[in-house]
Structures are given as C-alpha cells and as structure tokens.
Design a protein around this ligand. Structure first.
Ligand SMILES: CC(C)(COP(=O)(O)OP(=O)(O)OC[C@H]1O[C@@H](n2cnc3c(N)ncnc32)[C@H](O)[C@@H]1OP(=O)(O)O)[C@@H](O)C(=O)NCCC(=O)NCCS
Length: 179
C-alpha cells in the first residue's frame, strides 16, 4: 500500500533510504540538534546515520513511522513529521523536525495536521495524540499550540531530560482540524 498525504504546500510519504542523507544534513545543524540530540550538540555523521536507520526500522517494526516532508514547489526534502513510538515511549507521538532552511513557513504545523489526520484514521481507538517537548523548545511549543495541543502537566524523562507531554484529544481535534 502506498502512503501519500498531500497538504496545500507539502507531500508526506514514509521515510525511505534516499532520505538518509538530507536527514543527516538537517540534524547536523546545531540549531536543529539543540533539543533533539543528547547534550544538545550535533552528533557526528555515523551517529546520525544510525539514528536515521532507526527511523526507517521503526516502519519495519511498527508498520508506521516518520513521514518525509517534501516541498511541492521544489520537490526538495524538507523534514520529517509523523508518528513515533519506540519502545518505552509514553504513548503514540506526532513528532516534527524541519530543515532550518525552511523554518518559519508554517511547514511543521501544516505537515503535522496532515499526519495527525492519518494517525487518527489509522488508529480508530486512539483517544489522544501526544508530543514530547523540551520545556525550553519554544519553536516546538508554538507548533503544538498551532495544532491544538496543550501542555498536560505530565513529564517524561529521557536521556536525563525532563520533557513535557503536550496532547490533544481525538474528538475535539478532529472537529477542529479533521479533513
Ligand atoms: C520546531 C520546528 C519543527 C518548527 O518548524 P516550522 O516549520 O518552522 O514551524 P513554524 O513556521 O510554525 O514556526 C514555529 C515557531 O518557530 C519560531 N521560528 C520560526 N522561524 C524561525 C527562524 N527562522 N528561526 C528561529 N525560530 C523561528 C517561531 O517562534 C515560530 O512560532 P510563531 O509562528 O508563533 O512565531 C523547527 O523549528 C525545528 O525543526 N526545530 C528543530 C527540531 C525540533 O526541535 N523539533 C521538535 C522536537 S519536540
């Protein structure tokens, strides 16, 4: 089954091997790595290659995973957005990372709305979608707010960080953002 999600300016499709290089390039940017890598510093190429392999492997193991985000206008790979639930994760998350060359265009919320619609359709019993966000990551908090998530007060500890859980409940979310 081919999975393809189209939004106004973007196309989302499952991450594939050809996306590993642009993904490494995105993650090697210190601004992007700040809240995504242990220690807040960019990891070396080999570590980022392994991380990208885990995103591809998530699809194999779970049958779902991050979507690559492609810009319709240029066809460029511009980020990854979508469902993420590795072992030990608190719940099914919608995550987002956009290449720094495209920040500020509203791509993350646009892609996330497409992805969360797909998630709620794929998992009819899922009551809520969460996002795990560093308390200092204001860019990501802005995305969460734009897609109707609120901070729940729950904390998830990972890599020694205390991370906030943001969430939105299924029915009100679908009423506001459902396609
Ligand atoms: C968080 C992220 C995905 C937002 O993507 P985006 O497509 O730029 O989203 P938006 O355009 O809606 O911008 C979100 C906020 O980022 C900030 N922002 C936008 N452009 C920016 C820029 N060029 N430089 C710094 N911050 C910027 C603004 O605060 C903006 O909120 P606002 O629209 O209310 O002003 C992106 O910043 C990113 O990939 N960050 C690194 C990875 C990461 O932290 N992911 C989230 C992990 S929980």
């Amino acid at each position: 089954m081919t999975i393809r999600i189209e939004t106004e300016r973007l196309v989302l499709r499952p991450m594939e091997p050809a996306d590993v290089e642009p993904h490494i390039a995105m993650m090697r940017n210190p601004a992007t790595a700040r809240y995504l890598a242990p220690g807040g510093e960019p990891r070396d190429r080999a570590d980022e290659w392994r991380a990208a392999a885990s995103y591809l492997g998530h699809w194999q193991i779970r049958g779902f995973g991050f979507f690559s985000v492609l810009e319709k206008e240029t066809g460029d790979w511009v980020g990854r957005v979508g469902p993420w639930m590795p072992d030990g994760w608190p719940a099914l998350e919608c995550g987002w990372s956009i290449d720094a060359s495209r920040w500020g265009k509203g791509y993350a919320p646009e892609a996330a709305i497409g992805a969360v619609n797909w998630i709620f359709e794929r998992f009819p019993d899922l009551d809520r979608i969460i996002s795990v966000i560093d308390p200092e990551n204001t860019n990501s908090q802005a995305v969460a707010k734009k897609i109707g998530e609120t901070k729940t007060g729950e904390i998830f500890e990972f890599w020694g960080y205390k991370l906030d859980i943001w969430a939105a409940d299924r029915e009100p979310w679908l009423q506001q953002f459902g396609r």
